[in-house]
Write a new protein. Sequence first.
Length: 292
Amino acid sequence: MNKFYGTGVAIITPFQADGQVDYDALGRVINHLIDGGVEYLVSLGTTGESATLSNEERKQVWAFTSGVVKGRVGLVAGIGGNNTHEVVEQVKQFDTTGYDAILSASPHYNKPTQEGIYQHYKAIAQAATLPIILYNVPSRTGSNVNADTVVRLAHDFKNIIGIKEAGGNFDQINQIMRDKPADFLMISGDDPVTLPMMALGGVGVISVTGNVLPRQTSDMVRLCLEGNYKAAQIIHSGLIDFTRLMFVEGSPAGAKTALKHLGICEDHLRLPLVQVSAGTTGKIAAELKKFI
């Protein structure tokens, strides 16, 4: 589980102008992140626009990513959805070669009860051969995975090893940190609050901003792990405006625009996501100059 201490990055999926996956660019993104010092990567999380990829495309992206990474850093696959049976089948059929864990978001749209969320993750945990990281992101799913449910899952299933928490509710984070098993990992799922979450005992972040600025993001997180919050706060403060721009017109549009300015990939997205406006593009370019 030490593989998930530090900075993980939810990798963007580059596309060509015709909408096809740009594998050459994906290889450049992966190497940019590894060269930037991150500890692990997440392939086809929400940031990877997984909802707009077909099953066959997802398999190809996972296999390609594993082949480029070649064990140099930890690797996590995003496998989730709101049809539990379908998610379980995907988990069973997933080629685990090169992968260390599965990140699975709480079911979206259905708005299940807490018992429904528990049973959903129970079914995944019982089907999986890899460790499971829960993902709570109420802004996208429409429902919260309550602290009691997280703690119950953490105690009941040893292969549920942590949570990517993006709810922004520090009362809930406090409760999870107090009641969880000692080895259960609290991982920030929201770049702007990574530092305060780590001050409460979090072990790192699964970042969007890290797609563009892996060195700065991972340096800050390592300083937090070392307990040097004074130095970490300097980096954190310097990233505030840039991180805000990554999300102001939706993710991963901002990150793709910044990566285009770095010459790593184009900024094409699949509908219903679209490129950021010209005004935001200019702001991203100006802010990025502070780091390059």
